[in-house]
Design a protein around this ligand. Structure first.
Ligand SMILES: Cc1cc2nc3c(=O)[nH]c(=O)nc-3n(C[C@H](O)[C@H](O)[C@H](O)COP(=O)(O)O)c2cc1C
Length: 238
């Protein structure tokens, strides 16, 4: 079993601690690959649109993105961990997600994503853990992932793990362990592909069919055509 983890901060703080508690349930059962941002994706998307219009391999940051993408595509479980910064994911996490815009359904989604499971761990001091999780969930759902579980915490007291009251730490630990145990049971089974994901696929398929009629050399259309998605093949039927 393979797990790929994207850490939205390189700090060994509360987010790190929560993610470690979750991963401890998998250590002897899974090969775990971790990325720490911004170290493993230090550059912002420049907005050149080369990935959309021509080829993702021409991105100036391809070496970072290729390493993350390989691990994401190979994983059985994806784990994203981020504190909430002003109600959203860290800037580093957002910068990484921007680089995967070309993997959104209207462009060139990877067929591997349709059967992935993902866990999002977010926390904040008082408010914003839900909107931070949504930032990641938006990308995951548009990448084609159906099974996304979010675990969010409001610390409400302290931002240093050791100073958080014991009872609160225990509650968070129990929640993380409980989700990890359920995930371990679910992992051997393929997740159900959601109706909403299929709807997105069919809407984009109609769009790509139209674009292909106008310009059969259009990058995204050629991708959809070569996967057989304009015809009868579906990414969730293997
Ligand atoms: C720049 C910045 C912005 C933050 N914004 C919020 C916020 O909007 N709401 C909130 O409740 N906590 C906020 N926090 C607190 C974090 O969500 C988090 O609880 C804290 O950084 C501890 O986590 P860490 O040790 O993983 O960094 C912010 C922290 C930082 C550094």
């Amino acid at each position: 079993m393979k797990i790929t983890v994207i850490n939205g901060t390189a700090l060994r703080g509360v987010t790190y601690k929560l993610k470690e508690i979750f991963l401890d349930n998998f250590r002897d059962k899974a090969e775990i690959t971790e990325f720490y941002l911004p170290k493993d994706c230090p550059a912002f998307c420049a907005g050149c649109k080369t990935c959309f219009l021509r080829d993702e391999n021409m991105c100036k940051d391809r070496e970072y993105i290729a390493a993350i993408e390989k691990a994401v595509l190979e994983a059985d479980l994806l784990v994203f961990a981020s504190p909430s910064y002003v109600f959203h994911v860290t800037g580093a996490m957002k910068a990484m997600l921007d680089h995967f815009g070309y993997r959104w359904m209207p462009h060139r989604p990877a067929k591997e994503m349709f059967f992935k499971r993902a866990i999002i761990i977010t926390q904040c001091l008082g408010a914003g853990e839900k909107s931070a999780a949504k930032d990641i969930k938006d990308s995951l759902s548009w990448w084609g992932v159906s099974s996304v579980k979010t675990i969010g915490f409001k610390l409400m007291s302290e931002v240093v793990w050791e100073k958080i009251p014991e009872r609160k730490r225990r509650t968070m630990t129990d929640k993380l362990n409980s989700v990890a145990k359920k995930t371990l049971i679910a992992l051997p089974r393929k997740p159900r592909v959601k109706f909403a994901v299929k709807c997105k696929f069919f809407i984009v398929r109609a769009m790509q069919t139209g674009l292909g009629k106008k310009d059969p050399d259009y990058t995204d259309y050629k991708y959809w055509k070569s996967n057989g998605w304009i015809d009868k093949t579906r990414p969730w039927k293997r």
